[in-house]
Design a protein around this ligand. Structure first.
Ligand SMILES: Nc1ncnc2c1ncn2[C@@H]1O[C@H](COP(=O)(O)OP(=O)(O)OP(=O)(O)O)[C@@H](O)[C@H]1O
Ligand SMILES: [Mg+2]
Length: 306
C-alpha cells in the first residue's frame, strides 16, 4: 500500500500537556482524507507538524514513505493552514506572481493553471484587488497558491470555514476535480462532518488530541444507528418502565419527553402497550436513523464533554 502520509505515535505537548497524543494516521495516495475534530481537538497542531512548521515532541511523520526526509519533500506538498494571508491591494495574479518568485518556479504558465484548478473565474478576478474578494474567493485563491507548484499532496486546514453552503459546495467540487483529474491526495480538516461527508473517501476522527477512529466512508455510513423514537408525556416514567417492565437498557432521553430506544424496538406494540397501560401518553412513535453528525457527536461525547 502506498501512503502519502503516515504518523507514528505523533505527539505534541505544551507545558507537559499533550494536545496531540500518540496519533497514528494513515493517508493512502489518491484519497481525500477528512480530518474531523471539534474546536481545539488538535487538528491545526497536527497539520503544522506535518508541514514541519512546528516540531513534534515525540513520534514520527512519514511523508511519501520516507521518515528521514530532506526539506525537498515539501516541494511535493501544498498547504493552506488556517486563514491564508494575501497582499490586499494586489490582484490574485499579482499575489500568485510574488509567491511564484518566492518559491522559485520559472514557468509563468503555472499561475494560470493554478487559478484554473482552484475554480476561480479568471475573468472575474482580473484586475480585482484581493481586498474586494469574497471569503470563498479568498479560500480558492489560497488553494491556487497551495497548488502553484503542482504538489502531489494538498493539505487544507478548514478551507470551508465561514463559507455559505454554496461556497462549501464549490470548494467540494474543486477538490473532487483535483482528485479525479490530477490524482492528487488531499488532507482536509473540518469540525463539521456535514462539510466533508460527500467529499472524503476516508475519515479520521480526532478528539482531545487522540485519534478515535479511522474509517473509510462506507464503513462510517454503516455505523448509522437505527432507533425507535418515542414522544411521551413523562420521560422519567417511560424510562423506568422500559427498564423494569421491558428489560431494555440501551436508550437515552434526547430531548425533554423524547426517548430514543436503540435495542428491542422490534416489538414496538409491546412497548406502546406497556407505556399506555401504565398511564404514560404516547404522542409519537417512529423508527429513525441517526445521521452521521449524530454519530460524530455521540463518538466524541456530545456537548457536555466539549
Ligand atoms: N502554541 C501553543 N501553546 C499552547 N497551547 C497551544 C498552542 N497551540 C495550540 N495549543 C492548544 O492545543 C490544542 C489544540 O489546538 P489546535 O489549534 O490544534 O486545535 P484545532 O483542532 O485546530 O481547533 P480549531 O477547530 O479551533 O481550529 C488547544 O487546546 C490549543 O489551546
Ligand atoms: Mg484549527
Amino acid at each position: 500500500m502506498d501512503y502519502a502520509v503516515r504518523t507514528h505515535n505523533l505527539t505534541k505537548t505544551y507545558k507537559g500537556i499533550p494536545v496531540v497524543n500518540k496519533l497514528n494516521i494513515n493517508i493512502k495516495k489518491g484519497e481525500i482524507y477528512g480530518f474531523l475534530g471539534q474546536n481545539g481537538a488538535g487538528k491545526t497542531t497536527t497539520l503544522r507538524m506535518m508541514m514541519g512548521l512546528i516540531k513534534a515532541s515525540n513520534g514520527e511523520i512519514e511523508l511519501f514513505g520516507q521518515s528521514q526526509y530532506s526539506r525537498d519533500i515539501y516541494k511535493r506538498i501544498g498547504s493552506m493552514i488556517e486563514y491564508p494571508g494575501f497582499y490586499p491591494n494586489l490582484t490574485a495574479e499579482e499575489n500568485l506572481e510574488i509567491h511564484r518568485r518566492m518559491i522559485g518556479i520559472e514557468n509563468k504558465e503555472y499561475i494560470k493553471e493554478a487559478l484554473d484548478v482552484s475554480g476561480l473565474d479568471i475573468n472575474e478576478v482580473k484586475g480585482k484587488k484581493v481586498k474586494n474578494f469574497s471569503l470563498g474567493m479568498k479560500q480558492r485563491l489560497g488553494i491556487a497558491r497551495a497548488m502553484l507548484h503542482k504538489p502531489e499532496l494538498l493539505i487544507l486546514d478548514e478551507p470551508t470555514n465561514g463559507l455559505d453552503p454554496i461556497g462549501i459546495k464549490e470548494i467540494r467540487e474543486t477538490l473532487i476535480n483535483l482528485k479525479n483529474n490530477n490524482g492528487i491526495t488531499i488532507l482536509i480538516s473540518s469540525h463539521l462532518l456535514s462539510e466533508i461527508e460527500h467529499l472524503a473517501t476516508e475519515i479520521g476522527i480526532i478528539h482531545k488530541g487522540v485519534l478515535y477512529e479511522e474509517l473509510d466512508y462506507k464503513e462510517l455510513q454503516k455505523r448509522n444507528k437505527k432507533y425507535l423514537k418515542i414522544r411521551v408525556s413523562d420521560d422519567k416514567k417511560a424510562c423506568f418502565l422500559l427498564e423494569t417492565k421491558l428489560g431494555i437498557s440501551d436508550f437515552e432521553v434526547s430531548e425533554k419527553n423524547i426517548v430514543r430506544i436503540y435495542e428491542g424496538y422490534d416489538d414496538s406494540s409491546r412497548i406502546a402497550k406497556t407505556l399506555i397501560q401504565n398511564e404514560v401518553d404516547l404522542h409519537e412513535m417512529a423508527i429513525s436513523v441517526d445521521n452521521l453528525e449524530d454519530y460524530f457527536v455521540r463518538l466524541t461525547g456530545g456537548h457536555n464533554h466539549v
